[in-house]
Design a protein around this ligand. Structure first.
Ligand code: 5GP
Ligand code: ZN
Length: 114
C-alpha cells in the first residue's frame, strides 16, 4: 500500500466504497462522482501509480483489467456499449495516482473527449 493513496485504502477496506467485484488482484467499485448512469472503476490491489509505470511484467495484470471491464459491462447490462478510459498523467487528466480503468455507460458517448 502506498501512503495516503485513496484507492489503496479502498482496496484495503479502510475507506468505504460501493464494491461490485473483488478478487486477489482486482477491485471494482462505483465512482463517487459518476459521469454517466453507470460509472465504475477497476483497480489492481497492488499500488501501481499509472499506466505509464507499467512494463512487460504487468502484461497479465493489464489483460485482466480489460477482461474485467468486459465482465463488468455485462453484469451492469451495458449491452448497447460502453467506454473504457485510462487517464494517464497530468495531461491525460489523471487525478488519482493509482492505476484505474473507468467503465462508463448507460448513455450515448461523444467523441472527441474533452
Ligand atoms: P481520474 O480523473 O484519475 O481518471 O479518475 C479518478 C476518479 O476517481 C474520478 O472519476 C473520481 O470521481 C473518482 N474518485 C475520487 N475519489 C474517490 C473516492 O474516494 N471514492 C470513489 N468511489 N471514487 C473516487
Ligand atoms: Zn494506491
Amino acid at each position: 500500500m502506498a501512503d495516503g493513496c485513496i484507492f489503496c485504502r479502498i482496496a484495503g477496506g479502510e475507506i468505504p466504497a460501493q464494491i461490485v467485484f473483488q478478487d486477489e488482484e482486482l477491485v471494482v467499485f462505483r465512482d463517487l462522482a459518476p459521469k454517466a448512469p453507470t460509472h465504475l472503476l477497476i483497480i489492481p490491489r497492488r499500488h501501481v501509480a499509472s499506466l505509464a509505470e507499467t512494463g512487460p511484467e504487468d502484461r497479465e495484470l493489464l489483460g485482466k483489467l480489460l477482461q474485467r471491464a468486459v465482465e463488468t459491462a455485462r453484469q451492469e447490462g451495458l449491452e448497447k456499449g460502453f467506454r473504457t478510459v485510462i487517464n494517464t498523467g497530468p495531461d491525460g487528466g489523471q487525478t488519482v495516482g493509482h492505476l484505474h480503468l473507468h467503465v462508463v455507460g448507460g448513455r450515448q458517448m461523444t467523441w472527441p473527449p474533452g
